[in-house]
Ligand binder design. Structure first.
Ligand SMILES: CC(C)(COP(=O)(O)OP(=O)(O)OC[C@H]1O[C@@H](n2cnc3c(N)ncnc32)[C@H](O)[C@@H]1OP(=O)(O)O)[C@@H](O)C(=O)NCCC(=O)NCCS
Length: 176
């Protein structure tokens, strides 16, 4: 049984281990297996994101984090920086629950949308978000902010032809 709750500063130290474990999923994809050995987000950066008030934890029965979603409010939208579920806990609906919580919070704040960058064809990346109503942005739809995120990723060795920016538009759907 897992519970979704807002992240607290003291959760930050547990998050790189979860990211590391989550990333092992990429070992199944030959081209991207190297990601499993990549750097994780530093604890200090997690603390800063948590302080921003848009990070959630999936906690186990002992209130220990087994997954997390880190986001921030950027240019009128919620931007998801990280979504990771411990490898042993993947495929049990935890990622979906974290994403639902973040999207509900973005709606509550009256934000126009939720954005992120991810891999186009990895099954648990763009296809996963598409099920929630996110769509891949192409060409001029990619604003300066998202282009800069994609540019930073390319500088860090991400294969830019396989990355994409996605957006869930909240300006019409679900607002009455
Ligand atoms: C992406 C991630 C957070 C999803 O969390 P999860 O708890 O495993 O996901 P859920 O159990 O809620 O599954 C939701 C959907 O994800 C997709 N999915 C998750 N794992 C998958 C896998 N191994 N293969 C294919 N699809 C998968 C499915 O579409 C699934 O929907 P379904 O149950 O209707 O088939 C998790 O797989 C993870 O940590 N992956 C590694 C890190 C990563 O890629 N993060 C996202 C960066 S943008």
């Amino acid at each position: 049984m897992t519970t979704i709750r807002p992240a607290r500063s003291e959760d930050a130290e547990a998050l790189p281990t979860i990211e590391q474990s989550a990333g092992l999923a990429f070992r199944a994809i030959a081209d991207l297996a190297w990601l499993a050995d990549g750097d994780n987000v530093a604890v200090g950066r997690h603390r800063a994101l948590i302080a921003g008030g848009a990070c959630w934890i999936a906690a186990d029965e002992k209130d220990q984090p087994v997954g997390f979603l880190s986001a921030g409010i950027e240019g009128g939208a919620m931007h998801i920086w990280e979504l990771d579920v411990h490898l042993d806990r993947q495929g049990q609906g935890i990622g979906r629950a974290l994403l639902e919580r973040a999207v509900a919070d973005a709606r509550r704040r009256g934000l126009a949308g939720v954005t992120l960058t991810t891999f186009r064809t990895v099954p648990w990346n763009a296809p996963f978000y598409r099920k929630f109503g996110f769509r891949i942005l192409e060409g001029a739809e990619i604003d300066e902010r998202l282009a800069s995120v994609l540019g930073d990723e390319a500088e860090h060795g991400m294969p830019s032809d396989q990355r994409c920016a996605m957006r869930l538009d909240l300006s019409r759907a679900g607002t009455h």
